[in-house]
Design a protein around this ligand. Structure first.
Ligand code: HSE
Length: 336
């Protein structure tokens, strides 16, 4: 399924913005939404591939009011790390962009954000919050835009969070399943099939790797021979998803561009790869910009075993960790 939007900026500034008539809100003035964590890059597809998981994820409670403006009323579960300032918080800032786009800046919105997943973990933490907020406001506006049409607004949130509006977390968080960002300009987001029975085994070593810093480490120039390897793998992974071919997916989960640099920041990375591959993983790599790592498996039992052994290894290295075992989330955000 191709979901082409002619241009991200063009969409955000489209004619709808300038319309004088007011979009009516839905009958409900309050909603609570869950949005899922995501594994971006899927090893070989830096900035262009990602998939959503069923857990963890974030929750947003949203209430419409008569006082114009978007405010963050409460944030829980963040240990005070996220900004309450509505202009700096990715949830309120993207909701504000949305309201501007639909010409409803007269509306008041109160947001409560409940962080249910670790921040700076490489699991699309800011993306889950932003997507929950956008899904909530869109619900309250009577599902005015499609999930694909919400992607550019969510990308604005990513820009605020890490300096670049990448879509490989927000697109799968909004659409569910595996997603390919075929192009950024024009934005072209493609939903890919998920092979039945596939599980993700995620381990988060509790060390700090901010996405902004992890992006700055990457070489901006690459060798043609490395590019050839990389696009062969991206095409192989996408083909494997369509063909339900776990071996092809596994063979394609190789990254010669980004992983060699970023993996240095992740304690026990090569040992965790050995553990994953010796215990039945289809493939293994860094989740997003790290420090979380993930394995894809053919069943839940294998995923459980891999996370237990990897966590044990991190404990031996005196590193605290969290683990999540989840099937691929096919639906994206949901109303709670
Ligand atoms: N594609 C992004 C990156 C994902 O690797 O920086 C960040 O979660």
């Amino acid at each position: 399924m191709s979901n082409n939007i002619n241009s991200n900026e063009q969409f955000l500034k489209s004619e709808k913005n300038d319309g004088k008539e007011k979009v009516p809100t839905s009958r409900d003035s309050r909603v609570k939404v869950f949005a899922p964590a995501t594994v971006a890059n899927v090893v070989c597809g830096f900035d262009v591939l990602g998939f959503a998981v069923n857990e963890p994820g974030d929750e947003v409670e949203m209430q419409l009011t008569d006082t114009p403006g978007v405010i963050i009323k409460q944030i829980t579960g963040d240990d005070g790390r996220l900004p309450l300032d509505a202009a700096k918080n990715t949830v309120s800032a993207s909701v504000q962009h949305y309201l501007q786009h639909i010409n409803r800046l007269d509306i008041g919105v109160e947001i409560k954000l409940h962080k249910k997943m670790p921040i700076g973990s490489g699991l699309g933490s800011s993306s889950a919050s932003t997507v929950a907020g956008l899904f909530a406001i869109n619900k309250l506006m009577g599902d005015l835009l499609t999930p694909t049409e919400l992607v550019p607004f969510a990308m604005k949130g990513e820009e605020l969070a890490c300096g670049y509006g990448h879509a490989d977390n927000v697109a799968p968080a909004l659409l569910g399943g595996f997603v390919l960002v075929r192009s950024y300009d024009p934005l072209d987001v493609i939903s890919l099939p998920t092979p039945a029975g596939m599980f993700a085994a995620i381990v988060y070593p509790e060390v700090d790797v901010p996405t902004k810093d992890a992006r700055q480490m990457i070489r901006s120039k690459i060798l043609l021979k490395d590019a050839v390897t990389q696009w062969g793998n991206v095409a192989g992974l996408v083909s494997g998803l369509f063909m339900n071919d776990f071996d092809l997916i596994g063979r394609s989960m190789k990254d010669v561009l980004v992983e060699p640099t970023r993996s240095i920041l992740i304690p026990g990375f090569e040992d965790m790869r050995t553990i994953a591959m010796e215990n039945g993983a289809i493939g293994f790599g860094i989740s997003g910009s790290g420090p979380s790592v993930f394995s894809l498996t053919k069943d839940e039992e294998t995923a459980q075993k891999i996370t237990e052994l990897q966590q044990q290894h991190l404990t031996n290295l005196n590193i605290n960790s969290k683990a999540f075992v989840s099937s691929v989330n096919a639906e994206g955000p949901r109303v709670l």
